[in-house]
Write a protein that binds this ligand. Sequence first.
Ligand SMILES: CN1c2c(nc(N)[nH]c2=O)NC[C@@H]1CNc1ccc(C(=O)N[C@@H](CCC(=O)N[C@@H](CCC(=O)N[C@@H](CCC(=O)O)C(=O)O)C(=O)O)C(=O)O)cc1
Ligand code: HCS
Ligand code: ZN
Length: 804
Amino acid sequence: MTENPTAATPATPAGVPFPAATVLGYPRIGPRRELKKALERSWAGTLDAEGLTAEVGALRAATVDRQRELGLTEPAAVPASFALYDQVLDAIVATGALPARFSDLAGSDGVIDRAASFVLARGDVARGPLEMTKWFDTNYHYLVPEIGPETRFSPNAAELLAQAAAGEGLRPALVGPVTFLLLSKAEDSAPEGFDPLSRLDDLLPVYRELISELGRAGATWVQLEEPALVADQDRGDLAGVVESAYRRLAADRAESDPALFVATPYGDAEDLLAPVARSGVEAVHVDLVRGGLTAEQTALFTGEGAPALVAGVVNGRNIWRADLDAALTRLEGLRDAGARVSVATSTSLFHTPHDLEQETALPEERRRWLAFADQKIREVAVLARGLAEGREAIAAELDDARAALEQRAAARSTRDAAVRERAAALTESDWHREPAEERRAAQAADGVAGGLPAIPTTTIGSFPQTAEIRAARAAHKAGRLDDEQYVGRLREEIRDVVALQEELGLDVLVHGEPERNDMVQYFAENFDGFDVTDHGWVQSYGSRCTRPSILWGDVSRSGEGLRGEAFTVPWIGYAQSLTERPVKGMLTGPVTILAWSFVREDQPLGETADQVALALRDEVADLEAAGIGIVQVDEPALRELLPLRRRDHADYLDWSVRSFRVATSDVRPSTQIHTHLCYSEFGEVLSAIDALDADVTSVEAARSRMELLDPLQEAGFDRGIGPGVWDIHSPRVPTVDEVSTLLGAAAEVIAPDRLWANPDCGLKTRAYPETKAALTHLVEAAGRVRAEVAARGAGVSAQEPSRG
Ligand SMILES: CN1c2c(nc(N)[nH]c2=O)NC[C@@H]1CNc1ccc(C(=O)N[C@@H](CCC(=O)N[C@@H](CCC(=O)N[C@@H](CCC(=O)O)C(=O)O)C(=O)O)C(=O)O)cc1
Ligand SMILES: N[C@@H](CCS)C(=O)O
Ligand SMILES: [Zn+2]
């Protein structure tokens, strides 16, 4: 066990010091995605409830053992942070905060059981699931609690206790009460202006009871996660609210109550750190990768009764090896200032893959630069040892880390002079197209858009990724299918998808993206400067995972010469050759490629974005040259990367919008550029959406029932828009009436020559039966709304009728 010499046993209720080394959380999905597979079998009905409990229990136990083996040996060092689906869902379940529209799910004792929690997450035949949105600036999605003035809170510790029972001496963890309410939305029935945070006083007794119950079950520390404190919140006296909330949780605790550990990951809590630190809680985590500590803030951690300082010095958001020298210097400085310092990660490690050791195919030179979750735990443990025993005790580890960093900094492979020259030569004219009105006219006169009806129907790009396609890809990768067989299989799929869309009567077709394992990884595989992993899965939502690629060097399309070779044209061009209707080309935008990869940190993100944008610009130009008249460049992550502090927005929006425009501006005015956004609250980026200068924007809107449209109109957005009318995240098929209602609502505020009818997002996660049914309803609803609008004499009479 690692000793922390500066940690005099503090007066915690349970009398157990905070561990010298810890993490805020660990990947939950399992090194071989055991959790994903168990969940999906349970939803498919091939694994019963007991079977799920057994498989999940085994995974959790193995996870605890692994973290111990890696160096988290002290009591309470391993967090019981094992959400089955989502940690915010766990907090809904633990506090009994059932939205009114799900009230029938509560058991006779008022408790939300596991089956009911899956209905909240996934919906059922009667209703859609809870809304899902991005967790801070990550590619993880949480379920949004719906809170109203009447929401009843009641403690239900069952799931937390089950998680804590996965091993001896774990530290239960849950989303803190302030973050829980700040991330909530007001229930639809709540009065105008209702703020969920106004229910804090009602929620705190429930948290107190949960914490006490965990203590009675043996927990010595409980972790309360308060990441919302590191983001700008438009709330008056949030500092006062935070301090009084934590004072209430910390006051008058019983002998059996655990000590309280409050974590502030993902950024700098700034003015909200002091209210937490002086509230009486026993330990406070600070993200020292994204944030800092002023001398005044450091003093909050010194002196009698001060909380332990849990210093998040190892980055939980990337996969680069830590600068151990710099981290240790930082830790020593804090200790020497008088703080009781523990070493931790800056965030939970669930944003990183499990174990670099599984990546045997990575080139050795670059493997040396990397640390996945397991390697990061080792870094934390080494730093704790260095802090306790002195630098000499970890001299070998410090030397090795230093050498790896130096070798990376000196590596010539990360720089391509031609790519750099091209990016440096970019000027304003490279990211400007003709004025939007001029393009509209050109598209109507000479482009494919001219042949479209009012309210054209389309989809967002992907069609179902069937087990057969994935199996074919796996077989190709394993060498069981040769290139020709694999290409033949994909072309067959494209043929079927095109035929299906024609049969359904869609107006603008897509090729369906069957060649893509993932909308970012596929691009990484076709660009220089990236590595991809074999097992680097990271949870994105529920059971869905991605393998973020590693952007380590200068980026351009792979192949001969600076511009490399087109890689989407063979598929999209093939689809276009099969039909008279327009096929929309489909690319992923630069911001999203960065957001969903692990990106080099040795140069500003904007510079990397320009390189990716230039590679995409080449692909857009090649698509246009191949006769594709509509090109969609998806930017679902535009909102995701928006910095958590408002003062940083302008700089981010400047480079992100520019990079999208660099990617899309090298086309004729008659070529219609689309973009697509999803998975976020867009309120804060409306003007950036406009500044992207796309001709048409499709945006997720069904779950929030078109909430976005009014603000978008108010922001003066007068481009083409396709608000999603089918929530594709759940297998539920919307009726024609439901789709017509949503589309009709949109047609109330958007002129029919600007409105498009499309789903919320791509269909890759859906199966064919529901896809066919829902698209049939969508096409029928579009026809209905088109007729209604025409009947209202809203100026569509001159338009052609829709096909099908
Ligand atoms: C649109 N979204 C995306 C986000 N991030 C991305 N990187 N990509 C996205 O599309 N963020 C926001 C949203 C929502 N998020 C997601 C995330 C993930 C999915 C999804 O469907 N994920 C799939 C995995 C997709 C994938 O990469 N598949 C590969 C590998 C398939 C595989 O599992 N292979 C098996 C062997 C298969 C066999 O033998 O049959 C294996 O490796 O063991 C592929 O298709 O080749 C998921 O299942 O989780 C959706 C939205
Ligand atoms: N074109 C992509 C966008 C997802 S955000 C798809 O359809 O899956
Ligand atoms: Zn999408």
